[in-house]
Design a protein around this ligand. Structure first.
Ligand SMILES: [Zn+2]
Length: 73
């Protein structure tokens, strides 16, 4: 991974390891990829993470993350 990255908490857990701690580049562009800080799996794009943070935990948020994570970036 290149450049500096920063961690944040996502209301929805990583589909692989269940961690809520995510990692994104420090510039936080909307199209930057968000990775799980614990298992480094690709989870979603940063604008999708923002949507989930705004919305909070719930089935819609989980569905959004699941769809994004399965897209494989
Ligand atoms: Zn993980």
């Amino acid at each position: 991974m290149t450049g500096l990255s920063t961690d944040f908490r996502l209301p929805v857990a990583c589909p692989t390891c269940g961690s809520h701690r995510m990692r994104v580049s420090q510039v936080r562009n909307p199209d930057d990829k968000v990775f799980c800080a614990s298992c480094t799996r690709y989870v979603c794009l940063y604008h999708e993470a923002c949507k989930v943070i705004d919305r909070g935990p719930g089935s819609e948020s989980e569905a959004l993350i699941e769809a994004a994570a399965n897209r494989k970036g």
